[in-house]
Design a protein around this ligand. Structure first.
Ligand SMILES: Cc1cc2nc3c(=O)[nH]c(=O)nc-3n(C[C@H](O)[C@H](O)[C@H](O)COP(=O)(O)OP(=O)(O)OC[C@H]3O[C@@H](n4cnc5c(N)ncnc54)[C@H](O)[C@@H]3O)c2cc1C
Length: 407
């Protein structure tokens, strides 16, 4: 029979909350540490898509061409803070090593192994926390204005190979589906199996409440160091049998300390703007591929979310990025005017674009769940399930998600 453990989870984003919920459901006593309120980080501000079509990742062979074009343009989905670039060089170097057909296929194959169970895990979890009304099934659109931006042959083929349902649409078919989109759209693709959530804050809040109702503990504390002695983890003077690091883009320092080695975790920052009361302008999330930005109809308005900024984990907001998103949001739906809310978030990203969902190679009872890049909202619940399986000895470490790759 398995022992029930005292477990500490560091991080109360979608990954940490889902992991804590499943660990608790399997009988463990769980304490979550987060220096901020639960669910107040990157997990609240994304594009809200449960993206079954989330392959390929960014590590594509022809990313070189786009990187060059995007990096030196003032008006592109990618923005680089030049003073931060030297710090990112080790990550960039490793990332570029992964931009080839073999690595792209490897990433897609293993992402698909998680994505194929992601929706079902989500729906079950939302059912258990009383939030089934907060997910909806309308599919997702990818549209473009500039023909140069349409998906490449490789991108279409890799989706096909990984059983993503995708339908090519003409401009007229898109406007029939979404009459408020700009008439300057030239074409698009439709992903009919994709879902989206209507209010991430409510989902995170309900998940946290369910966890506390079942005697889960939350400590609003930053974890700066962890001691491991006699098989116990000591955090801020409290002892635990087991530790799970789910601190998103901020996991690096903790992992470096626990493993005594540096891992190449970086962040792709992204922004959102919200246009309150405009939800009737759009039925389904729509990505304008020219801009790397989605418009998503939430229950209280349209959220424009996306773009990638390489600038580290500081809190400094780049107003030019907000202007960029505002410009393209209005271009995609001309009825949108001023926004009411803006936000900055930090996608945790590893150079092979796969998350780490793994046991520690060096310490017993230490596990990791971070690095979900553009798909963390989609993969939170399934990650929680996999980590719970690892902790309970029911699942074995998948080398594709193992931290050993980087140690
Ligand atoms: C613009 C944008 C759009 C996106 N769109 C989508 C989408 O449509 N679909 C999708 O699937 N994904 C999307 N994503 C990605 C997704 O949001 C992230 O991958 C996901 O939220 C990461 O969740 P997490 O739980 O790992 O991290 P987080 O939500 O960042 O949670 C980590 C938590 O750890 C805490 N923490 C960190 N360090 C410490 C410490 N030392 N001590 C205590 N607490 C600590 C933080 O305070 C934070 O609360 C998007 C991201 C962005 C930025």
């Amino acid at each position: 029979m398995r022992d029930n453990k005292q477990i500490a989870v560091i991080g109360a984003g979608i990954v940490g909350l889902s992991t804590s919920y499943y660990l608790q459901s399997s009988g463990h006593q769980v304490t979550i540490f987060d220096q901020n309120d639960p669910g107040s980080g990157t997990s609240r501000g994304h594009a809200s898509v449960i993206a079954d079509y989330g392959v390929p990742a960014l590590n594509q062979p022809d990313i070189w061409k786009n990187l060059f074009r995007y990096t030196f343009s003032n008006n592109s989905p990618l923005s680089v803070k030049w003073s931060y670039l030297p710090k990112m060089l080790p990550w960039i170097f490793k990332f570029l090593q992964n931009c080839n057909s073999n690595s792209m296929n490897y990433t897609a194959e293993h992402m698909t192994s998680l994505l194929k169970n992601a929706l079902q895990s989500y729906e079950t979890l939302l059912g258990e926390i009383g939030a089934t009304d907060l997910v909806t099934h309308k599919g997702v659109l990818y549209v473009w204005i500039n023909e140069k931006e349409k998906p490449t042959h490789d991108q279409i083929e890799i989706r096909k190979k990984n059983n993503v349902e995708q339908v090519s649409l003409s401009k007229d078919e898109i406007i029939d589906l979404e009459p408020n989109l700009s008439s300057s759209i030239k074409g698009g693709w439709y992903f009919p199996r994709a879902h989206h959530t209507l209010n991430p804050d409510k989902i995170l809040n309900k998940l946290f409440l369910k966890f506390t109702e079942k005697m889960g503990k939350f400590l609003k504390e930053k974890v700066v160091s962890v001691n491991n002695s006699f098989g116990k983890f000591s955090i801020n003077n409290k002892n635990y049998d087991c530790l799970i690091v789910c601190s998103g883009a901020f996991s690096k320092d903790l992992v470096n300390q626990l493993e005594n080695k540096s891992i190449p975790l970086e962040t792709e920052r992204g922004y959102h703007l919200e246009f309150l009361g405009t939800q009737e302008y759009l039925t389904r999330p729509t990505c304008l591929v020219d801009s790397g930005m989605y418009l998503t109809p939430l229950e209280y308005g349209i959220r424009a979310a996306g773009t990638v900024e390489l600038a580290g984990t500081t809190e400094k907001i780049n107003k030019l990025r907000l202007n960029y998103i505002h410009h393209f949001a209005k271009q995609l739906i001309p009825k949108l005017q001023e926004y009411q809310n803006s936000w900055l978030g930090y996608r945790p990203t590893l150079p092979d674009c796969l998350p780490i969902i793994s046991k520690s190679p060096s310490l017993e009872n230490l596990y990791y769940g971070f690095g979900h890049n553009h798909l963390g909202w989609t993969l939170g619940p399934i990650t929680g399930k996999v980590i719970t399986g690892l902790v309970n000895g029911e699942t074995s470490n998948n080398p594709a998600f193992s931290i050993n790759k980087f140690l």
